[in-house]
Design a protein around this ligand. Structure first.
Ligand SMILES: Nc1ncnc2c1ncn2[C@@H]1O[C@H](COP(=O)(O)OP(=O)(O)OP(=O)(O)O)[C@@H](O)[C@H]1O
Length: 343
């Protein structure tokens, strides 16, 4: 199926978004990791943005699923189909030349060896000559321009949809890391629960994500911001409109944000002193869509006493890093599941 490919590909297989990077071209596909399926026939109705629009709006015979929910492959068959679909989409852009390319796939570091093999198999099934696996925080660090191959400590915190990955990297390897299943999705859930508890109002995932992105903040803001939302009143069963303030969203996000802060602190505590000193100089770098939550950098800086920097284009770091890793593909040859992202 790679009839017109020549360049190598990097795929950021994220729980929220999948990005495809072509060497020499940059990111050519950027789609939500969502697939809509017919429940009876299991045939695919839509993939990506089109399927995401269907979440919460499907009739009984169609289901919009996120096959990578919670940082793991919840549904292998659908994940494999999704990978193939996105590769085909990249192919349609006519950016790629013949021959089977090497494909570097970035996966959440929490996945099991069996799941990793499943991703490799799916990638090969899609026509890859060779499938390589890179761990998310390692790719994020490369994409954020951190000197991962140098004998100096770099700390990256990648806050995605399903997982937050915290890692200290030096000399091409992960020295210490922590992966928690608390990230953007959990923030959305926390907002849904908060509004249900406070107002007896049921809102959908898309509305809560919008609240988080538009008025969410890790610290209280001085501006009096609010957003109008619609949902279903759990008492009357009828639709209802409500104005929610930024302050309320900050409150709703407290526990989730604190879990992320805690994961960073625990990783710092386990970090060898020389590397801690390097991190103090360079700062902690935030990547992933969750890094865009307002004031998360300020909160982390206050809680850790370290400088904290949001990477440029945090949503793209993992894909860029995965693509750049193709340039050092020899470094990834023969890496087993236990040595992903390590030299
Ligand atoms: N401005 C914003 N403020 C807060 N969160 C945001 C913002 N923009 C995007 N996000 C969140 O970022 C998350 C997606 O980030 P990203 O694409 O890095 O995740 P992913 O790589 O697919 O997931 P994972 O790393 O868990 O596999 C979503 O939860 C999304 O709601």
């Amino acid at each position: 199926m790679f009839g017109s490919f020549s360049k190598d590909l990097g795929i950021d297989l994220g729980t929220a978004n999948t990005l495809v990077y072509v060497r020499g071209k940059g990111i050519v596909v950027r789609e939500p990791s969502v697939v809509a399926l017919h429940t009876d026939t299991k045939t695919i109705t839509a993939v990506g943005e089109q399927a995401k629009k269907m979440i919460g709006r499907t009739p009984g015979n169609i289901r919009a699923v996120r096959p990578m929910k919670d940082g793991v492959i919840a549904d292998f068959e659908t994940t494999a189909t999704m990978i193939k679909h996105f590769i085909r989409q990249a192919q349609k852009q006519r950016t790629l030349l013949p021959h089977h390319p090497n494909v570097m796939v970035c996966v959440p570091s929490g996945i099991t060896a069996v799941e990793q093999r499943a991703v490799e198999d799916a990638t090969k099934q899609a026509g890859a000559r060779e499938a390589y696996i890179i761990e998310e925080p390692f790719a994020a660090a490369i994409g954020a321009d951190l000197p991962v191959w140098e004998p100096t400590g770099s700390m990256v915190v990648d806050i995605g949809g399903g997982t937050t990955e915290v890692a200290v990297i030096s000399l091409g390897g992960i020295v210490t890391s922590r992966s928690i299943r608390v990230a953007g999705d959990e923030m959305d859930d926390a907002i849904i629960q908060y509004i249900k508890r406070m107002y007896n109002l049921m809102i959908g995932e898309r509305t809560s994500e919008q609240l988080k992105m538009d008025i969410g903040s890790a610290l209280p803001t001085s501006a009096a911001e609010s957003m109008e939302i619609r949902g279903r009143d759990l008492v009357t069963g009828l639709p209802k409109t409500l104005a929610i303030t930024a302050e309320e969203i900050t409150e709703a996000l407290t526990d989730t944000v604190n879990s992320i802060v805690e994961a960073v602190k625990v990783t710092l505590e386990k970090c060898p002193p020389e590397l801690s000193a390097d991190i103090m100089d360079r700062g902690i770098v935030l990547t992933g869509g969750g890094a865009l939550l307002r004031n998360l950098d300020r909160l982390l800086a206050r809680e850790t006493g370290m400088p904290v920097i949001v990477a440029e284009n945090p949503l793209d770091c993992v894909a860029i890093g995965t693509g750049r890793a193709l340039e050092n593909i020899h470094m990834f040859k023969g890496r087993g599941s236990s040595s992903r992202g390590k030299r």
